[in-house]
Design a protein around this ligand. Structure first.
Ligand code: GDP
Length: 319
């Protein structure tokens, strides 16, 4: 604990890794220790800029984060990079890859890169990541980047734990707006046409198309979501990207929108975790476990309505 809150350096890095391992442990006594640790560090959290970043595999997320991260550590920032990768919990291997990603950033003393927790359903993985954000902040990282792949529900989870959510798009995506998932676009505070070096004309076209498409989407429709171009390879657009992120963050803090967003995130998270916990306890309840197979076959055979069955099972588990 004191090493975690102490000066930056190898001792703190080890303390952080150890604390994260504790969080990820499934042993109940570790959970008790992890909870105590989280509560103890809580007063030292909240100061970082929390940036979410998503995009399909191959769009260049790790290259972009590495280039951005190297720029930021050069400016004196301390950057933590975390990942939420639902594929790794399905046993199909991680889409976000392993520790060899971001080779240069990962060895930088001002950067901390944590691969995705490798087991559990998305809710559990997201919970670990959310708690890891707090630990990384307590250890003095002033920028926390949470990366996820453009599949499934993980974007919603990451947007729900970060201050700003940024979507990376390929330059040719603008040609096929159908390919852009509306639900994900609605989460975006910022869109980056990445790999702009590949084809400047296509990138500019995509930028215009996405800018106009975004006008029809979601709650941001009136403020306008910035659509930028960038390239991790040439470094084009990185400075502008960061100044846009900073400006949005500062404006939201000044208006109180940032504080409101975090408060809403905490509340949503509380209920999400309560629902998950109640459901797990319910499933593990001995009377429910005993009755469930019979109830399921009654439902299947049309002898029992599902809603009636639910009420009966809930009664069985009532305290
Ligand atoms: P991720 O799967 O989204 O993390 O993508 P990666 O960062 O692993 O990049 C996928 C591929 O795109 C790699 O071969 C990179 O070298 C390449 N790449 C990444 N960024 C750029 C870029 O800005 N321009 C170009 N031309 N290629 C890039």
């Amino acid at each position: 604990m004191s090493d975690l809150l102490g000066p930056a350096g190898p001792a703190q890095r080890r303390a952080l890794a150890k604390a994260i391992t504790l969080l990820e442990s499934t042993r109940p006594e570790h959970r008790v220790q992890a909870d105590a640790l989280l509560n103890a560090v809580l007063p030292h959290t909240g100061a970082a800029l929390r940036l979410g970043l998503s995009g399909v595999p191959g769009v260049g997320k790790s290259s972009f984060i590495e280039a951005l991260g190297l720029m930021l550590v050069d400016q004196g920032h301390r950057v933590a990079v975390l990942a939420v990768d639902p594929s790794s919990s399905l046993g199909g291997g991680s889409i976000l890859g392993d520790k060899t990603r971001m080779e240069r950033l990962s060895v930088h003393p001002s950067a901390y890169i944590r691969p995705t927790p490798s087991s559990g359903a998305l809710g559990g993985v997201a919970e670990r990541t959310r708690e890891t954000i707090l630990l990384a902040e307590a250890a003095g990282h002033d920028i926390v980047i949470v990366e996820t792949v453009g599949v499934g529900q993980s974007e919603t989870a990451v947007a729900g734990m970060t201050d700003l959510f940024c979507l990376l798009q390929l330059p040719n995506a603008g040609d096929d707006l159908q390919a852009i998932k509306k639900g994900v676009m609605e989460l975006a505070d910022l869109v980056v046409i990445h790999k702009a070096d590949l084809d400047a004309a296509a990138a500019t076209r995509a930028q215009a198309q996405i800018t106009s498409a975004l006008r029809f989407f979601g709650p941001h429709a009136t403020h306008g979501v910035p659509v930028l171009q960038a390239s991790a390879i040439t470094g084009q657009g990185l400075v502008e990207f960061w100044s846009t992120v900073r400006a949005q963050h500062d404006a939201r803090r000044a208006s109180g929108a940032l504080q409101a967003r975090r408060k809403a995130q905490d509340e949503a998270w509380l209920w999400e975790r309560i629902h998950a916990g109640v459901q797990q306890r319910f499933r593990e309840h001995p009377a429910v476990r005993a009755a469930l197979p019979g109830v399921l076959s009654d439902i299947r055979d049309g002898r029992l309505a599902a809603s009636v069955a639910a009420r009966q099972l809930l009664d069985l588990a009532a305290p």
